[in-house]
Structures are given as C-alpha cells and as structure tokens.
Design a protein around this ligand. Structure first.
Ligand code: SAM
Ligand code: SF4
Length: 327
C-alpha cells in the first residue's frame, strides 16, 4: 500500500525480542537496561497474526531483528511459518539481522527455511575491541558462525556502525576482509536513539569521513547493487566489493523509505526516528482481526514524512533504544 506521501510501503522489520546476549555500548545502556515484561512480549501466534495482516496489506519483505532474534526460543518456528509464506509466493523475501553469536547453532536451519541473506553486525575485527564494544562478545565465535552461514549458501552482509575514535582505523581492513570473503559491507552512522552515558556527538563519525578515508586507498565507482534498504552502494573494483553507506544523520533517505517496524511488545512504529507508535496488543489479544487490519492500514498511511534526528542532543529518541525496534 501507499502512504499519504505516495511512498510504497512493502517492507516490515519485526523485532522478535528486545533481549540480547551482547550489550553494544552505542545500542543500549550497559548496566540496568530496560526490558519489556514477559507478559507483554508477543507470542508466536501473535507474531503470525500480525504477519498475516501485513501480508494482506502488501508487505513483501520481512526482516527479523531484535534485540538478538536468534536467542528467542521459538524463533525457528517463526522462520518455518515465514518459509511457508515464501513457498506460497505470498512474500518475496525473509531476511535476518543478527549479531552472529548463534549462527553456529542455526545457520543450517536458516538455510533450510529459505533465508538467502543475513546482515551480521560487526564493528571490529580485533578480538579485544570487539569484546569491549559488545561488552563481552567473542569475536571468533561470531566469525565461525558467519563462515558456517556462508558455507550453507547464505549471502552475508556485514553492518558496521561508524564510531569516532573506535573503528575509523579499521575501515580499510573491514573492506579488505569483506572483499576477500565475498561479503557485502555497509557503514552506518550512529543514531541518537536512547540515552546512553556519553554524548552521541562524541561517537558520531559521518559517512563522508569514512568515504574520505577509503578514497585515499581505493577508488569508489557507481555500483549496480540496489537494495530495498537505506544503503547507497558503491563498487570498489580493486577489492571486488560492494560497499554501502547508511547516512541517517548527514543525509536522510526518508523520501524513499518503504519500511515500518513492529516491536516485540506489539507496537507498530511507522518511523524509526519518531516517537509515535500504536499498541496492537489490544486487537491481537481480543481476536479483533478487522480492527487490527484497519489500525495497521491507518498507521501506515500516516507514516511521517521524515525524521529529525539531531546528533547534538544527548538523545533525540529518549524512551527507546535500538534493541526495541532493531536496526
Ligand atoms: N542484535 C542484532 C544485531 O546487532 O545485528 C539485531 C538488532 S541491532 C539493534 C540492529 C542494528 O542496529 C545493528 O547493526 C546495530 O549495530 C545497529 N545499532 C544499534 N544501535 C544503534 C545506534 N544507536 N545507531 C545506529 N545503529 C545502531
Ligand atoms: Fe544486541 Fe544488536 Fe544491540 Fe548489540 S546492537 S546490543 S547485538 S541488539
């Protein structure tokens, strides 16, 4: 369906849990993070009901995200349900964004259920730095999981959040590593979603800075690659690498946004950079599927024209962190 600005909305990101086995320092508070009450988390049945209604409204792409989606206990049943929708041609693609910690366990299942592409978040290729930024993550476990997914014919895209004074010195090595392994790579600007202990402007490294660093080493050409997401791709011939840049702060891409988000506690967010959301649980839990459909339709129609992220504020979005909506 189309929103009131004429954008075709055909892509949903479903956060299936707000819990995570890592604590990335830019994503959520490292101590005492807030999590939804268990009773508010959607059941598998409720996730399926929402998915069905969204498919009726024209959603063709479903990205599963979190928190860490692969730590949800019944996640494989949800993938099974979605793979049925794929086989019935009701949707075009099921995608996953993961921190990779559970890929060793699930790569084969995911491939069996028709997952062809996975985004894995990786902000450093140096064990100690990875452990620091994720607050305890084990890099070699993640790398092993990535290669297991690759050997199951799943295409890998690495997502790296650009962080000032943390990983600008790894931009080139990440590119070389991705080129060598036939992965795609996207660099993302940090967003002021959720208040953390230090200022977002101190973390912020614009994609223009990353491009400057890259252009000292490599030429970037126009890429044929177009994704349904926000990455603008370039091709690095020397590395045979498609490298994307996601610039929510320095150059917003709201004009072409085709996405909505569902959180694990059953809220729909028509825009990641906006506080407005609508609780779908009352309709889900009283079996009012017509009301559920009408609400989804009306929220999608009223999707805001754009976000107004301001990196100079400690947090533009105050009451929510990225583990609520997923990336
Ligand atoms: N746990 C999974 C993962 O890390 O891929 C999925 C959820 S995570 C919230 C999704 C993406 O959001 C990751 O690529 C992560 O790096 C990114 N992210 C988290 N907080 C962010 C922030 N404040 N600004 C920009 N990206 C952020
Ligand atoms: Fe967890 Fe992903 Fe947030 Fe890191 S970015 S804390 S892995 S949800």
């Amino acid at each position: 369906m189309f929103d009131s600005f004429g954008r075709k909305i055909n892509y949903v990101r479903v956060s299936v849990t707000d819990r995570c086995d890592l604590r990335c320092k830019y994503c959520m508070p490292t101590s005492n993070p807030f999590f939804f009450k268990k009773k508010d988390i959607l059941s598998l049945n409720e996730l399926q009901l929402i998915s069905d209604q969204l498919i009726l409204l024209g959603i063709k792409k479903i990205r599963i995200t979190g928190g860490e989606p692969l730590i949800r206990k019944d996640i494989i049943q949800y993938f099974k349900f979605l793979s049925l929708k794929l086989s019935q041609n009701k949707i075009d693609e099921v995608l996953l964004t993961s921190n990779g910690t559970q890929l060793k366990k699930y790569a084969k299942n995911l491939a069996d259920f028709g997952i062809k592409r996975i985004n894995v978040s990786l902000d450093s290729l140096i064990e100690q730095k990875f452990n620091f930024i994720t607050n305890g993550g084990n890099l070699s476990n993640v790398i092993d999981g990535i290669f297991l997914a690759k050997s199951n014919n799943i295409k890998i895209k690495i997502n790296t959040v650009l962080l000032k004074n943390f990983n600008e010195d790894e931009i080139i090595s990440l590119m070389k590593w991705c080129g060598k392994n036939n992965f795609t790579l996207s660099f993302i600007e940090v967003m002021p979603v959720g208040e953390i202990s230090y200022s977002r402007s101190k973390q912020y490294l614009p994609v223009t800075k990353a491009k400057e660093i890259i252009k000292k080493e490599f030429k970037l050409e126009k890429s044929e690659l177009k994704s349904s997401g926000p990455s603008k791709y370039y091709f690095c011939k020397k590395l045979n690498l498609n490298v994307g840049f996601i610039s929510p702060i320095s150059e917003h891409f709201c004009l072409t946004c085709n996405r909505i988000r569902i959180t694990s506690n059953g809220f729909i967010y028509p825009c990641l950079g906006d506080n407005n959301s609508v609780d779908l649980k009352p309709f889900l839990r009283s079996g009012k599927s017509k009301e559920l459909f009408n609400t989804l339709e009306s929220v999608i129609y009223k999707k805001p024209e754009r976000h107004f992220f301001n990196i100079n504020e400690k947090s533009y979005i105050k009451k929510r962190y990225m583990n609520t909506t997923g990336g």
